[in-house]
Design a protein around this ligand. Sequence first.
Ligand code: AHG
Ligand code: MN
Ligand code: MN
Length: 294
Amino acid sequence: MSGTPDRDVAAVVDSVVDVIARSAPEIRAALPGRRVESGTDNPSGETVMAADVYADDLLADRLAAVERVGEFASEERESPADVGDGLAVAIDPLDGSSNLRSNNAMGTVVGVYDAPLPASGRDLVGAAYVLYGPITTMVVATEDGVREEVVEPADDGVDRTVVAESVTLPDDPTVYGFGGRVPDWPPAFEAYAREIESELKLRYGGAMVGDVNQVLTYGGVFAYPALEDAPNGKLRLQFEANPIAYIIEQAGGAASDGVQDVLDVPPEGVHQRVPLHVGSTSLIDRLEDALVST
Ligand code: AHG
Ligand code: MN
Ligand code: MN
């Protein structure tokens, strides 16, 4: 779809975001009875919960049917599907599903790429996430900026209320959350973490969307870093890291794999993992300095 007028690209992004918003109350309502394992593993070798399957099936059907969506890929599916002619959509249908049992935050993440998958983050033309917290909110980033909406079920579908027109990270960062076991962190990351924990408050909930939304709201840094035995970390470039990097950068923050902007990481595979560090620009600059100087 390269070469397509911007207004057409924007219309497809809007349609994709509409589907995500319309589906959010249904995904939320489906969670209580689906807090059990489905019996299968996903292509990343992780346990798939019944709620992951529900969200994936619902969104796959609906997104594939969107006009001018040409390719669809999901964290839960081996290969992208050719669904017509147009933009490529990549989703993490349910982020943080290991929080189902403990009833903590979860989300849905989507990235819309104007290139075949796996694509560079530079080909993103829009990204969004839903946060299933005490309130269902949706954060949408396009080339025009970032907005936050509250999404509520309504008789005829959903009610969407824009609660922040132009979201930017605050100037004074206050929170941080880092994934992985401390003994598994490389020494340079641990040294950085020791500095950060003396400056900011820990906020880690185990769902990237929930933890990133704290950083977007209060300023700070979220990371799922490289680990000693997992040098690419845990999060997936196409479904998680790129869309989150795009959203945080459009909100005035920064995103790094440790040495470069996440959006510049060369795409090599649909399920490829990448270390992710996102948040306030000053803190990501310091992270890169800390990792590069060792
Ligand atoms: P998913 O549920 O889509 O597989 O993603 C889980 C991810 C992400 O949400 C979170 O940042 C990270 O896993 C948490 O990992 P730990 O449980 O190892 O902290
Ligand atoms: Mn995830
Ligand atoms: Mn997931």
